[in-house]
Design a protein around this ligand. Structure first.
Ligand SMILES: [Zn+2]
Length: 236
């Protein structure tokens, strides 16, 4: 099991694997109530978060970040990032090539979890997540951030019309034999640093490279999308 933030024993920050089953929540609410609920329940139990109210973001590849607590609904619509200071709450998103980015302010016991693909990178949802954490009293110097597995540059071929969206990030585009490859991780690192974050780490893993371990949307192009769940919460 992949566990992040090992330096903070009070935090459970994990990502499910293929063997845990698909964790995706479907776009329509009536489907959410049945699809993969059992897989999710079992996984949250396995990682020790079954006592928590798990709140999931309904991902739209936007840049909205919501602050939640135990009174919030289980699913937060039109949202790609979640922040909480409520120890009774765990935060969840799903990914299958997009990066799960975990935030933790040890002093405030504030947690964040954000879903970042190319769109979230263009929209700089990193800045929105950190903006909300700062508004709630976090000092960027005290926020640790870690990036879970996501698609690597070698596996992320993009069309020219998408590459132009990244003209401010020339270091993240690789031109090779007339093709363009995007490095989302590099952009996230730069955005984190530009927002004053110094404690940054990442898993070093690519969802597309590790075909036995992770679902990958771009590699598998499945009819029905399968995804991992990223979750963060305090140890009970
Ligand atoms: Zn790869």
């Amino acid at each position: 099991m992949f566990a992040f933030f090992k330096q903070f024993p009070e935090i459970i920050a994990v990502l499910s694997e293929k063997k845990d089953g698909s964790m995706r929540l479907l776009p329509k609410r009536e489907d959410w109530l049945s699809e993969n609920i059992e897989n999710r329940k079992q996984y949250f139990e396995k990682v020790g978060l079954d006592g928590k109210k798990v709140i999931a973001a309904h991902l739209v590849h936007g840049n909205h970040v919501a602050i939640v607590d135990h009174d919030s609904p289980d699913y937060i619509l039109e949202t790609d990032g979640l922040v909480t200071i409520d120890p009774a709450v765990a935060l969840a998103i799903t990914v299958a090539d997009c990066y799960p980015v975990y935030f933790y302010d040890e002093k405030k016991k504030m947690m964040g979890l954000t879903h970042i693909g190319w769109s979230g990178a263009v929209k700089n949802i990193v800045a929105d997540t950190l903006g909300l954490m700062k508004k709630e009293g976090s000092d960027p110097l005290g926020i640790a951030v870690t990036l879970g597995p996501g698609i690597c540059q070698k596996h992320y071929l993009i069309p020219p019309e998408r590459a132009v969206l990244f003209e401010n990030y020339p270091e993240a585009i690789l031109k090779k034999e007339g093709q363009l490859f995007l490095d989302i991780k590099k952009i996230i690192y730069r955005q984190l640093k530009e927002n004053g974050i110094v404690m940054i780490s990442d898993s070093g893993e690519c969802t597309s490279c590790l075909s036995e371990k992770y679902f990958s949307y771009r590699r598998d192009k499945p009819e029905k999308i399968e995804a991992m769940v990223a979750v963060i919460g305090l140890v009970s």
